[in-house]
Structure formats: structure tokens, C-alpha cells
Design a protein around this ligand. Structure first.
Ligand SMILES: Cc1cc2nc3c(=O)[nH]c(=O)nc-3n(C[C@H](O)[C@H](O)[C@H](O)COP(=O)(O)O)c2cc1C
Length: 186
């Protein structure tokens, strides 16, 4: 079973990336999971312009190939001005229902604190509905005080919440992938 991790922050010292690393640690405990990752700070996409030439862009090709193979997604974004990051939205612009339909997606956000983060998550839910993704009802928001100075997630309660959401993501991804396989064989 393949899970694609998408980090929606391009900052160098990113809490969103620290959150993704905590998710990755949890996923690596599961022997049947093969991980793929896409990081908007490292896999730099162009702005979608509708031209056919963009299908040959290396980052676009990698993103689409990973998304096509994925049985499930874990997507994290920082909250910027009460929405997801522009870099993450730009990523979704290169994808469509063919990549997400019938596949589970877990979402989480890094906020600046003061009860932020939920607007980014709601924004992600709206966009993911637009590509027919099955977004899990559970979600996580991490605040700056959940991290140490190296931007590693050190809050134990959050680590447990991540464990729970990863469990759920894997259960859905496993059974939906098995259903797809049965349909192919029928
Ligand atoms: C341009 C900008 C806008 C932001 N807007 C919000 C916001 O609306 N709500 C919030 O909770 N935090 C906001 N923040 C704080 C970030 O969400 C927080 O610093 C987060 O850790 C950024 O992600 P990163 O560490 O991956 O860069 C904003 C930060 C920036 C740079």
C-alpha cells in the first residue's frame, strides 16, 4: 500500500515539515506501507498555465506519478492568512479527480497559535472535495509550542493524535485499495 506525504510549506525551518516528519515516523512503523513524498519547498512546481509543455516539467511529472500510484494521502499545510499556503493550492491545480477519487486523505495544519489553523483545514476540505477525495473527518492542528527549537514535533499528545489518524488512514487506504484490485480482476 502506497501513501503519499505532501508538505505544503516552502519555508526552510518549517513546522509543517516537522509535522510531516512526525507523520512519517508513525507510518514507518507499518510494514505494509510504502512511502512517497512531495515537498513544495523542494519539488518546485511552475504556476499552472494550461500549456501541454507543463506535462513534461520534472516536478509536475513526479507529482502526478506519485499521486497516481498513491492509495492514500497525508497532506499538511501551514495556515497563511486564514487559508492553505499558495504553494499547496498550486500543487492541487496540477491534480484532478483521477488522482484522488476513491482514496482517503488525512489533513493537518501548522498554525501560528491563538486558535488558528482551522481555516486552512476547511479550505483544504473545500478544494479536496473539488477533486473527489475522501477526506477523513479527524484532523490535527499543531501550534508553535508543540515543537522544540529544531522544529521537531515533541508534544506527546500530538504524537498520539497522529498515531490515531495514521491508523485510520491506513485502514481506509488498505480496504479501498483491495476494492480497486477486486474491480480490476472482475
Ligand atoms: C504570511 C503569513 C500568514 C499567516 N497567517 C496565519 C493565519 O492566518 N493563522 C495562523 O494561525 N497563523 C498564521 N501564520 C503563522 C503560520 O501559520 C505559522 O508560522 C506556521 O508555523 C507556518 O508554517 P511553517 O512553519 O511550515 O513555515 C501566518 C504566517 C505567515 C508567514
Amino acid at each position: 500500500m502506497k501513501i503519499l506525504l505532501i508538505c505544503g510549506s516552502a519555508t526552510r525551518t518549517s513546522r509543517t515539515r516537522g509535522l510531516i516528519q512526525a507523520v512519517e515516523r508513525e507510518l514507518r512503523k507499518r510494514s505494509d506501507v510504502e512511502l512517497m513524498s512531495f515537498d513544495v519547498g523542494k519539488d518546485v512546481l511552475p504556476l499552472y498555465d494550461g500549456s501541454e509543455a507543463q506535462a513534461e516539467d520534472e516536478a509536475v511529472k513526479r507529482l502526478r506519478s506519485c499521486a497516481e500510484q498513491a492509495d492514500g494521502f497525508y497532506i499538511c499545510s501551514p495556515e497563511y492568512h486564514a487559508g492553505m499556503s499558495g504553494a499547496l493550492k498550486k500543487t492541487f491545480d496540477f491534480l484532478s479527480g483521477s488522482h484522488f477519487r476513491g482514496k482517503p486523505v488525512a489533513i493537518s495544519a501548522a498554525s501560528g497559535g491563538s486558535k488558528g489553523g482551522v481555516n486552512a483545514l476547511n479550505n483544504m476540505r473545500t478544494v479536496l472535495r473539488g477533486v473527489y477525495a475522501l477526506v477523513l473527518p479527524d484532523q490535527i492542528i499543531v501550534d508553535p509550542d508543540h515543537f522544540n527549537e529544531q522544529r521537531e514535533l515533541v508534544n506527546e499528545e500530538m504524537q498520539k493524535r497522529i498515531q490515531g489518524i495514521v491508523d485510520e488512514l491506513c485502514q481506509y487506504a488498505r480496504s479501498l485499495a483491495a476494492g480497486r484490485q477486486q474491480q480490476l480482476q472482475a
